[in-house]
Design a protein around this ligand. Structure first.
Ligand SMILES: Cc1cc2nc3c(=O)[nH]c(=O)nc-3n(C[C@H](O)[C@H](O)[C@H](O)COP(=O)(O)OP(=O)(O)OC[C@H]3O[C@@H](n4cnc5c(N)ncnc54)[C@H](O)[C@@H]3O)c2cc1C
Length: 194
């Protein structure tokens, strides 16, 4: 979309609404703070009121954008430790894409869970050694299983700043796994999509 000077902090979301309908939904900003355009990453939900309509929009169509909103903001300078772990399911990768585009020299590991490789969304945008693709549907990714199965197998330093984004079930499970590994609750941040 055209950005029209909308100012946001990486990690925040906007509300999108078709002009011919009253339904609006939240979408994390996918582009970086310094990009001159505004991007979101939308998964079409079967039977969903808004996502399917967004998919059918033709270039040039006007939509209403509200925001930015939200507290899942990211500024690496605020953290004493510069180690970051980003855990996403599906389009939950969106705010992390924005973090990494905004702050290009981050020391991060991104763990992304989807069912099939086709749902992996622009993994070429990340350094290969920094991203782990967890596929629950087949064995063609870096790990066969869910992101939580992967986290369970990992040694994670206590001072790592952990960010979780996606469905609530993953977030609850990942939270338990991380705290079980000794990560303080104060180092865990989450954004629930549904
Ligand atoms: C803070 C925040 C940020 C979000 N950012 C994004 C984003 O960047 N990209 C994105 O695609 N979505 C994002 N979402 C979800 C988005 O707001 C909508 O819920 C989603 O697009 C479905 O809307 P809909 O109108 O098509 O479906 P609806 O008619 O509202 O609902 C259909 C059903 O699908 C479920 N559902 C919602 N999202 C998903 C999903 N991703 N996978 C499976 N089932 C789902 C709902 O719980 C509901 O039961 C975000 C949600 C929140 C709260």
């Amino acid at each position: 979309m055209e950005r029209n000077n909308l100012q946001f902090q990486t990690g925040q979301f906007i509300m999108l609404k078709n002009l011919n309908s009253s339904a609006k939904r939240e979408y994390s900003v996918y582009s970086g703070e310094k990009d001159d355009y505004l991007e979101v990453l939308v998964r079409e939900i079967e039977g969903g009121k808004v996502s399917g309509r967004l998919k059918k929009l033709k270039p040039g169509t006007e939509i209403e954008v509200e925001g930015p909103f939200g507290f899942f903001k990211f500024n690496p300078e605020k953290f004493a430790s510069q180690k970051f772990l980003f855990v996403a399911t599906g389009t939950g990768i969106s705010p992390f894409h924005s973090f990494i585009r905004t702050f290009t020299k981050l020391d991060y590991q991104l763990v992304h869970g989807v069912r099939k490789k086709e749902e992996a969304y622009e993994h070429a945008d990340y350094e290969m050694e920094n991203i782990k693709l967890c596929l629950s549907g087949d064995e063609t990714g870096d790990f066969y299983g869910r992101v939580t199965d992967y986290l369970f197998t990992q040694k994670i330093d206590r001072e790592t700043n952990c960010f979780l984004c996606g469905n609530s079930e993953m977030i609850y499970e990942a939270f338990d796994i991380l705290t079980g590994k000794g990560i303080p609750v104060s180092n865990i941040y989450s954004e629930v999509y549904f």
